[in-house]
Design a protein around this ligand. Structure first.
Ligand SMILES: Nc1ncnc2c1ncn2[C@@H]1O[C@H](COP(=O)(O)OP(=O)(O)OP(=O)(O)O)[C@@H](O)[C@H]1O
Length: 237
């Protein structure tokens, strides 16, 4: 049973006193130093802050890719720290979509085949995977590029394919670490606007990191990280 804060404010992800240390030889880096946070279903959230403030470390923990050194993460009320590796990867593949800075598309596959990949990993049959991938490409406005290979597409188009790939499994949350870092200003804005539209139309929760303060105008909530701590947590609309 997921925790609710108020009507319509279901807690999707909850982080409690998260610490993440990295040990390099004799040195210990404290990347996250006690972050507590609740992300509600349907929110559109940006994490910003200086380089080295812990944004990627936080995103890896929110996306269930990395485990904290201490503290507790719950997704839809399930404490994930107690899950076996298999149960955790199953949960991640069903509930979390990822968008990466460098798109991470498979170069030898078409746009459509790239979007089919997460479904095939889940064991969905080819014809259903094709139909769902085609629908996802349509939702990002790329239905006429389905047979194009990534190297024939612009950066903005590649990131839209990656967004379709993240959404095709109907995840609860999409985690995007610097999704606009390799895009020019106009395409950056367009990609975040597209995520915003999909957030509204599909009620998928999005959380992304950025260095670009202009993109913060498009979000519901801004989390400022500094030195591994949540400095401010501002809901803007
Ligand atoms: N795998 C790792 N091993 C050792 N130290 C790491 C590792 N990953 C991150 N760090 C360190 O942890 C701190 C936080 O890094 P992190 O990448 O989370 O910050 P960031 O805000 O995403 O930075 P950037 O904006 O430059 O990507 C930094 O001091 C970084 O050097």
């Amino acid at each position: 049973m997921a925790v609710t804060r108020a009507a319509g404010e279901e807690v999707l992800l909850s982080l409690s006193d998260i610490r993440r240390d990295y040990v390099l030889g004799q040195a210990r880096v404290e990347a996250l130093r006690g972050v507590s946070l609740r992300i509600h279903r349907g929110e559109f959230v940006a994490v910003w802050g200086p380089s080295g403030s812990g944004k990627s470390s936080l995103m890896n923990i929110l996306g269930l890719v990395d485990a904290p050194t201490s503290g507790e993460v719950s997704l839809e009320g399930v404490p994930v720290g107690k899950l076996s590796d298999n149960a955790l990867s199953d949960l991640r593949s069903r509930k979390v979509g990822f968008v990466f800075q460098s798109f991470n598309l498979v170069p030898v596959l078409s746009a459509l085949e790239n979007v089919m990949v997460p479904l095939q990993i889940q064991g969905v049959g080819a014809s259903e995977a094709r139909a769902r991938a085609s629908q996802a490409l349509q939702e990002v406005g790329l239905e006429n590029q389905s047979s194009a290979r990534p190297d024939k597409m612009s950066g903005g188009q590649r990131q839209r394919v990656a967004i379709a790939r993240a959404l095709v499994t109907a995840p609860s949350i999409v985690v995007a670490d610097e999704p606009t870092a390799n895009l020019d200003t106009e395409n950056s804005y367009r990609v975040v606007e597209l995520m915003r539209e999909l957030n509204r139309s599909k009620r998928v929760t999005f959380i992304f990191t950025t260095h670009d303060p202009r993109l913060l105008d498009l979000v519901d909530r801004k989390l400022l990280l500094k030195d591994g701590l949540l400095q401010t947590d501002e809901t803007v609309r």
